[in-house]
Design a protein around this ligand. Structure first.
Ligand SMILES: NC(=O)c1ccc[n+]([C@@H]2O[C@H](COP(=O)([O-])OP(=O)(O)OC[C@H]3O[C@@H](n4cnc5c(N)ncnc54)[C@H](OP(=O)(O)O)[C@@H]3O)[C@@H](O)[C@H]2O)c1
Length: 313
């Protein structure tokens, strides 16, 4: 039998999955890109032309992310940019022109390019059961959700409650200066908190998992206002007390008044929007239903609220 002198071709290494990421220059998007690279994915970031020279875009390139400058209103270019992806992840943030309009164009492009899966930019408390009008930003998400659920693509939303990171600044609940936990309504209502890094890590794992359901619900920690009092006291080494400002109806009236006096219609997070978020959480209407999906990717270690609050020391 004659022997071939041709060396056997080594089996070619499997190509890493390609994830297309929109909003990659944003706070959460940068973290998702990093976590995707950590998990070995090839990442293509779709960046608006005016942002493709920003420091964030450069930092993406340094991490091995393919940065594609694309005009979101150019459908053929957006479709070409989505081609080959196993999942399109959106971490866009904005109002109607972004959450409904730009995200819909991205969705159309993903479908046209034959991408099988889409993760929308939800990353929030559970807005699915909230009444229309109770939170402007959630109304926009539900409007996009209706389009997404009609589209021939597998969709997965990641719902994570409030970013724990906000407890050290933007969210007014913890007031270290006066050593108070400020709240409205019931101090025993459970609230969901997840750090941005943990949300990004979970989202990256979900983007690479072709078996995800329509919704994934995660909470790094579930804590009531009473629970936050203990956690803040332990984290900062002195006793916090509760300060109940009033009922949830009182908060609703404050929201209406603030919105009338300071409408700031073009801001994504004006003060009344943050207050709407607090109202949705404190009523329990936006509480994530159990069981949570925290254990889906066992390598993820959830950051406790106390660890984040320790940063206030
Ligand atoms: N659960 C919570 O507590 C919580 C808190 C904050 C945010 N979030 C959510 O997390 C997600 C990401 O928010 P973020 O804070 O990371 O946002 P961000 O830092 O403001 O970044 C927004 C990203 O969207 C891009 N973008 C905005 N408008 C666009 C448009 N019209 N067309 C194309 N790209 C556009 C921006 O690109 P450029 O660089 O070109 O501007 C940027 O990459 C959002 O869904 C947000 O609601 C949740």
């Amino acid at each position: 039998m004659s022997q071939s002198n041709t060396a056997p071709t080594p089996p070619s290494a499997p190509q890493p999955a390609l994830i297309v990421l929109a909003g990659a220059t944003g706070a959460l998007g940068l973290l998702i890109a990093h976590q995707l690279r950590r998990r070995g994915a090839a990442v293509r970031a779709l960046v608006r032309p005016e942002s493709s020279h920003k420091a964030e875009a450069e930092s993406l390139r340094l991490q091995g992310v393919e940065v594609v400058s694309v005009d979101f209103s150019n459908a053929p270019a957006l479709t070409a940019a989505c081609t080959g992806a196993s999942c399109v992840v959106s971490a866009l943030s904005g109002l109607r022109e972004t959450i409904v309009d730009a995200q819909s164009r991205l969705l159309d492009a993903a479908v046209a390019a034959g991408v099988p899966r889409f993760i929308p930019s939800d990353f929030s408390a559970d807005f699915t059961r909230l009444p229309e009008g109770s939170n402007r930003n959630f109304d926009l998400r539900r409007e996009f959700q209706r389009r997404l659920d009609q589209a021939p693509i597998q969709a997965t939303s990641v719902l994570n409650g409030m970013f724990t990171d906000l407890l050290t600044g933007q969210a007014p609940l913890i007031q270290p200066g006066i050593r108070r936990i400020v709240y409205w309504g019931d101090a025993d209502q459970p609230l969901d908190f997840t750090t941005m890094v943990d949300t990004a890590s979970f989202t990256a794992a979900a983007a690479l998992d072709s078996t995800t359901p329509r919704y994934l619900r995660i909470a790094g920690e579930v804590a009531s206002i009473q629970g936050l009092r203990t956690i803040a006291s332990n984290a900062l080494g002195h006793e916090f007390k509760l300060l109940r400002v009033g009922s949830l109806d009182f908060l609703a009236n404050m929201i209406r008044l603030t919105r009338t006096l300071m409408p700031a219609r073009n801001e994504v997070f004006p003060p009344w929007q943050g207050m709407q978020y607090m109202h949705n959480m404190l009523t329990g209407q936006a509480k994530l239903s159990e069981p949570l999906d925290n254990a889906r990717y066992p390598d993820i270690r959830w950051t406790p609220v106390q660890q984040v609050l320790a940063g206030l020391k």
